[in-house]
Design a protein around this ligand. Structure first.
Ligand SMILES: NC(=O)C1=CN([C@@H]2O[C@H](COP(=O)(O)OP(=O)(O)OC[C@H]3O[C@@H](n4cnc5c(N)ncnc54)[C@H](OP(=O)(O)O)[C@@H]3O)[C@@H](O)[C@H]2O)C=CC1
Ligand SMILES: O=C(O)[C@@H]1CCC=N1
Length: 269
């Protein structure tokens, strides 16, 4: 199977390296293309067997599965350039939430899917969000699921829940990092610990927490129960969190839902 990656920014580069590093694909099975040459040159330096296409038609000719990894507003220009180059056997995969498989199917005659990755896939972990179009063959569905299974947990998601699902798995690493920065800063201000030391403790706590989930040792509820010693400090801290969280997360999810609606209205394929 030949894989094509259009756009080798954060996500296109991550997909290229994760496909190879996880063993899902060999470097010589992947063709990459980017608007400017610096990022493709860096990938070629790391994996010399990668094929770097000079044009979008050349990439389409060389590949069966074609990932579009550009920003949502750049999809239109890519689709206009590739539509005449794609045939029934091709499968185009969008990696962005605001572009639905229905919209892609209206513009392209080939098979389509959407797979929204996460920066956590860099560590060959985390989730990838799958939505299949109506024309994609069962063989290609299987192939995509198996490839992504090498470096993520593929989860199917319906269109109505793509925004909130992507908020959790794809935006989540940025949102949680923001909260942890606040936590570190407060630890410094209230108790005088250096931010450097608090960062080291926090990062390692998160690694340990991830392992507890990964090894299915405790659920969220069990963790709260096991750590809260009767009459101890955790209970006091949890109560302070409950008293002050307020509408914080409701507001965050409302903001992303509103931006999603706005993006969908302004993106024209
Ligand atoms: N960042 C994330 O964590 C996640 C992002 N996504 C989705 O992934 C997509 C890409 O995001 P991200 O990788 O962060 O963005 P980046 O800006 O890092 O990458 C976009 C890439 O697209 C290239 N590009 C733009 N126009 C063209 C074109 N016409 N032909 C070829 N290449 C082109 C750019 O090239 P140049 O080097 O010339 O600028 C750049 O390398 C977005 O749609 C986003 O919604 C999905 C899940 C998570
Ligand atoms: O399309 C998305 O939902 C992703 C999440 C982070 C950026 N884009």
């Amino acid at each position: 199977m030949k894989w094509g990656i259009i756009g080798t920014g954060n996500m296109g580069s991550m997909l290229t390296t994760s496909l190879i590093r996880s063993g899902a694909a060999q470097a010589d099975e992947i063709t990459i293309y980017n608007r400017s040459s610096k990022k493709t040159a860096k990938l070629k330096e790391a994996f010399e067997d990668l094929d770097v296409a000079k044009t979008l038609p050349a990439l389409c000719k060389a590949c069966d599965i074609v990932f579009i990894c550009v920003k949502p507003h750049d999809y239109k220009s890519i689709i206009e350039q590739v539509e005449g180059e794609l045939h029934e056997h091709h499968c185009v995969v969008s990696i962005t939430s605001p572009v639905s498989v229905e919209e892609l199917e209206e513009k392209l005659s080939c098979q389509v899917a959407r797979v929204v990755p996460s920066i956590t896939n860099h560590a060959l972990a985390g989730v990838s969000l799958f939505t299949f179009g109506s024309r994609i063959s069962t063989d290609n569905q299987k192939l995509l699921r198996e490839a992504f299974h090498h470096f993520s947990t593929p989860v199917e998601v319906e269109e109505a829940h793509i925004r909130v699902s992507s908020d959790i798995v794809s935006c989540g690493p940025a949102f949680v990092s923001f909260l942890l920065k606040e936590w570190i800063s407060a630890a410094n201000r209230v108790a005088g610990i250096s931010e450097e030391k608090a960062t080291q403790l926090t990062e390692q706590m998160i690694v340990g927490l991830g392992e507890l989930f990964s090894q299915e040792i405790f659920t969220l509820e069990e963790l709260m129960e096991k750590v809260t010693v009767k009459g101890g400090v955790t209970g006091v801290g949890l109560q302070a969190l409950e008293d002050h969280t307020g509408e914080l997360f409701v507001e965050m999810f409302k903001a992303t839902q509103a931006k999603h609606r706005e993006d969908k209205q302004s993106i024209e394929l």
